[in-house]
Design a protein around this ligand. Structure first.
Ligand code: ADP
Ligand code: MG
Length: 614
């Protein structure tokens, strides 16, 4: 084609085409329409919202709300792009408190579907109706209507065949639509939601349901037993919700829900927060379950990053990250981490008693370092209220017929811990296969992996010593010489000083050997050669000094692993007793540092179930 130099080539696109381009970003599938319409209903202050779907929303999406409604003038502008009631001037963009603000959703949807809206405000006797098909807007007419708004979207992408082809089967689209409603329902207490699909009820929550009841309705009742409440208030930042115990971790992240000021988020920073909070208690490849709500000043976050508004930018990301990780870590360690075999009830009874008696650990073992339980209480800032858990006290009593769960709470006697080795529990312990310890409990028994437990305790003690800056060193009577490659010797030599701050005393002995002259005194059967091998591997792989926070954990794991009571050590009754006493005082004695479980518990009710007695 020949173009004459003077003919203009740039022209403004017609409004419909502009809206269709915008629709490409906002409207991907029926579920995106559902999300936008729900946000509008919520912004209008609705307390009851119903969603009707036909053929997974591809044929019809109808959202009815009892919110503020629109008068005829507003109605006339609703489908116009960049028309919004939620922003006035640029300064409003810095503190967006509503879910919508771009004034783009209805215009986009109407450019690729057949839409009709009927609405009435409280001030008006009659309602009004307006339709808009493929961007062609009709006239506003009067129509009888209840207070609020009904928005119908039919035949999505009827005029964009390329998009229509990408729609999946109705059942798949329905699944996405339901997920959109569920997210909204999880984020907004006080609002009731109903979904009907092809005339059948597909989901509902009542306005009166609280967050936990919504989680139960959405994800099922079994989950509820494995959640720990989180509630932290940092002045201008409030974090609340529930964390799942590692026992119910999953392969995917479908049960990780973050909400910020009522907005569902998909955010890489927040996923990293969870990963960090569960570090050491989740096995590789597992994803935690978490339902968390963040409330913060809208000015501290930029929601105008992405047209679908599901990504945000935090202004003080560093501080937020640190705050969230430390708050969540505390909650993670309060979840019930024991492995199937133990019922939730057992874990709970044990936890309650420990919280009641912060001194208990000290009584058990004065050498065990600071008392984690009391630290946990201070940090979480949450006053302990007996019975504030979501398990009914009735259920607890049932499983402890001879020992009502309320009894330990009233008693200040440290020995009232039902899991503590009281007289009738002081052995005999059975050691099986020189690896597992069997121990009777008032309400069942437990099997402990002696190596995994000892490894966890050694690790925690080492970590405490390193944090306190005083690792006790044991000099080896006969220093051990370890052969290494030239390159590895050079690598280790760079880090001799920081290794010595960890209690690992190394020196070069010529070209290809290192001498180990001291190791942390905590290590029971140290294996210097194995440890040096691990150090080379970890430092070589990460390229960071052994004291860097990520690397430190791995170095201490390896110390603990290379020195603990091994599977295969015969233990005396006294040694077993001492090991268990120390475990009582530890912050996390439920998993080894590699997140393998240290113990499996069987309660009476587990046994009854196994023998089909109930
Ligand atoms: P935004 O929500 O970003 O403002 P939309 O295109 O989604 O843009 O909606 C445009 C305007 O239409 C809103 O600002 C609001 O005033 C009005 N509106 C849309 N849906 C409703 C509703 N369900 N109830 C009351 N007003 C609504
Ligand atoms: Mg909107």
């Amino acid at each position: 084609m020949e173009i004459s130099p003077s003919a203009p080539r740039i022209a403004l696109l017609p409004a419909v085409v502009r809206d269709q381009i915008a629709a490409g970003e906002v409207v991907e599938r029926p579920a995106s329409v559902v999300k936008e319409l729900l946000e509008n209903a919520l912004d209008a202050g609705a307390t009851q919202i119903s969603v009707d779907l036909e053929e997974g929303g591809t044929r019809l999406i109808r959202v009815t709300d009892d919110g503020a409604g629109m008068g005829p003038e507003d109605l006339a502008l609703a489908f116009t792009s960049h028309a919004t009631s939620k922003l006035r001037d640029p300064s409003d963009l810095v503190h967006i408190a509503s879910l919508g603000f771009r004034g783009e959703a209805l215009a986009s949807v109407a450019s690729v579907a057949r839409c009709q809206v009927i609405s009435r405000t409280a001030e008006s006797e009659t309602g009004h109706r307006l339709s808009c098909e493929g961007g062609q807007q009709g006239e506003v007419t009067e129509a009888g209507a209840p207070l609020g708004t009904t928005l119908e979207v039919r035949d999505l992408f009827y005029n964009v065949p390329a998009r229509r082809r990408f729609l999946k089967r109705p059942s798949t689209e329905l699944g996405h639509c339901l997920a959109a409603v569920q997210r909204a329902a999880l984020a907004h207490d006080g609002v009731g939601f109903v979904v009907n699909s092809d005339g059948r009820r597909a989901y509902d929550v009542e306005a009166s349901m609280d967050f936990l009841a919504r989680i139960r309705r959405t994800f099922g009742a079994e989950l509820i037993d494995h959640l720990e409440a989180v509630n932290v208030n940092d002045g201008d930042l409030i974090l609340s919700g529930y964390l799942g115990s590692p026992r119910i971790s999953r392969r995917d992240t479908s049960r990780q829900i973050w909400m910020l000021n009522g907005r569902f988020l998909r955010d890489r920073v927040l996923s990293r927060v969870l990963k960090e909070a569960y570090r050491g208690v989740l096995e590789e490849g597992r994803q935690p379950v978490a339902f968390l709500r963040l409330a913060m000043n809208p000015a501290a976050v930029d929601v105008n990053v992405h047209p679908a508004k599901s990504e945000v930018r935090f202004r003080d990301q560093r501080r937020l990250f640190g705050f969230l990780v430390s708050a969540l870590k505390v909650a993670v360690h309060e979840t019930d981490m024991a492995t199937p075999g133990e019922s939730m009830l057992a874990g709970r009874a044990r936890r309650l008693v420990r919280e009641e008696n912060p001194l208990q650990g000290k009584l058990a073992d004065p050498g065990a370092g600071p008392q984690p339980e009391s630290v946990v209480r201070e940090r979480s800032g949450r006053p302990f209220v007996p019975g504030d858990d979501f398990i009914s006290p009735g259920a607890v009593t049932q499983s402890h017929p001879a020992n009502p769960a309320s009894a330990p709470l009233q008693s200040s006697d440290p020995d009232s811990d039902p899991w503590a080795p009281t007289d009738n529990l002081q052995g005999p312990y059975l050691q099986v296969g020189k690896t597992f310890l069997l121990r009777a409990l008032p309400d069942g028994f437990e099997i402990i992996d002696q190596h995994a437990l000892h490894e966890r305790l050694t690790y925690e003690l080492l970590l405490q010593e390193v944090r306190a800056g005083k690792v006790e060193v044991q000099r080896l009577l006969v220093p051990e010489v370890v052969e290494v490659s030239r390159a590895d010797r050079v690598l280790l030599e760079e880090h001799l000083e920081s290794l010595s701050s960890l209690g690992i005393e190394l020196a070069s002995m010529g070209e290809t050997s290192m001498m180990v002259s001291g190791l942390p005194a905590r290590l029971r059967h140290p294996d210097p050669a194995g440890l040096v091998g691990d150090l080379i591997e970890v430092i070589g792989r990460t390229g960071e000094p052994p004291t860097a926070s990520d690397v430190l954990e791995q170095v201490l794991h390896s110390c603990a692993c290379r020195s603990s009571i091994m599977a295969g050590d015969v233990l005396s009754q006294e040694e077993i007793q001492a090991l268990l006493e120390r475990a009582r005082a530890a912050e996390n004695d439920q998993t080894c540092p590699h997140a393998r479980p240290t113990r499996v518990r069987f309660t009476l009710s587990d046994l009854e179930r196994a023998f089909h007695r109930r």
